[in-house]
Design a protein around this ligand. Structure first.
Ligand code: THU
Length: 139
């Protein structure tokens, strides 16, 4: 667990704010993320779609890309919020399989994934639960 509930709240709030930047004209589903580095910085991300659909990128990998390109390699937690455009309340948005594999390259099993939505409230998952066996040809 992160050592303060305030940190969870800050991450969720930043993820919600980031979702407003989403470029999601095709799915009309906006995702925002807030990634906490080991050293306490927060990097946000949003999904960025493309008319050639598979070219789009998820909000999780945008946040990781921003942080890694600034020199960060260790992470503690990520908050993820998804919204159908035009609706106010976040919906449950667990990271897709591609993002789970991406995260598992850089994060330990105790990395926390924080999800927030109106129906389920705030849910916390350890990455080790979401990815019990990851692909790694170096094992
Ligand atoms: N999306 C994310 O940004 N993160 C996820 O974990 C799941 C899906 C985006 C991709 C696409 O732009 C939209 O949500 C609908 O799939």
């Amino acid at each position: 667990m992160l050592n303060s509930g305030l940190m969870y709240k800050e991450l969720i709030q930043k993820a919600e704010e980031a979702s407003h930047k989403a470029y999601c004209k095709y799915s009309r589903f906006a995702v925002g993320t807030a990634l906490l580095t080991d050293s306490g910085e927060i990097y946000t991300g949003c999904n960025i779609e493309n008319s050639s659909y598979p070219v789009g990128i998820c909000a999780e990998r945008v946040a990781f890309g921003k942080a890694i390109s600034e020199g960060h390699k260790k992470f503690r937690a990520i908050a993820v919020c998804g919204f159908f455009l035009g609706e106010l309340d976040p919906v449950f948005c667990p990271p897709c399989g591609m993002c789970r594999q991406f995260m598992s390259e850089f994060c330990e099993d105790d990395f926390e994934v924080i999800l927030s939505d109106k129906m389920k409230g705030i849910r916390y998952y350890k990455l080790g639960t979401l990815v019990p066996v990851r692909f790694d040809f170096q094992i």
